[in-house]
Unconditional design. Structure first.
Length: 214
């Protein structure tokens, strides 16, 4: 079941609509490809840093405290699950039709590269990423298997962002139309996607953690 936990957490990180919306706006704006690379750099760096931090903390607390560490991981997964459920219902609140996107999202065209990297790091769900890293530690794998699984976790978590930037770099003539379609879908269905996605993932993590703690 731990591998299912990791898959669910990976998907929660990978398809979070708000940073994806920001990246699409960046790519479809002026100097979109270059600025999109800055955003991708910030996202990948933050996710990688959190994974490495989780692995380091897990190894540091592993000696003779397996049961205590497992309980700590379950509490963290419960925190992530409750946060996702709260976020889902917060996004479910009715909003004015004219305010589908926050004003700060509409202003990303004015941000330079380093600030976009910092914004990407800020928007990444660090608590959820950290919880997924500790799930890997719970599997008690060899160092090599653990490293390979962590690399796969990083790849899945970053795959939509790599794909969007890759389309803009290697297929620029088609990227504009594809990005506009994706952006229109997120504009029209962002709240519904957020509610369903985070409610399901949050409830799953919460129930799994409560059962494990009991």
């Amino acid at each position: 079941m731990l591998i299912l936990d990791l898959i669910v957490i990976s998907l929660a990180v990978a398809i979070e609509p708000i940073p994806l919306t920001v990246l699409i706006l960046v790519l479809s704006g002026p100097n979109g490809t270059r600025r999109g690379m800055w955003f991708l750099l910030g996202w990948v760096s933050c996710v990688l840093g959190v994974i490495l931090l989780g692995l380091a903390i897990g190894h540091g607390t592993h000696s003779g405290t397996t049961h205590k560490a497992a309980g700590w991981v379950n509490w963290l997964k419960l925190l992530a699950g409750v946060a996702l459920v709260y976020y889902a219902f917060r996004e479910r609140r009715p909003t004015r039709p004219a305010a589908k996107q926050p004003a700060w999202i509409r202003g990303v065209d004015r941000l330079n590269g380093p600030i976009l990297s910092a914004l990407a790091a800020f928007l990444s769900p660090q608590v959820v990423v950290f919880a997924g890293t500790l799930v890997i530690l719970q599997m008690h794998l060899s160092a090599l298997s653990q490293s390979l699984l962590a690399a796969l976790y990083l790849l899945v978590a970053c795959s939509p962002y790599v794909a969007l930037v890759g389309i803009a770099v290697f297929r620029p003539e088609q990227s504009t139309a594809q990005l506009e379609k994706f952006r229109a879908f997120l504009d029209a269905h962002r709240q519904q996607v957020l509610f369903v996605l985070f409610l399901m993932i949050g409830l799953y993590l919460s129930v799994r953690s409560i059962l494990a703690l009991s």
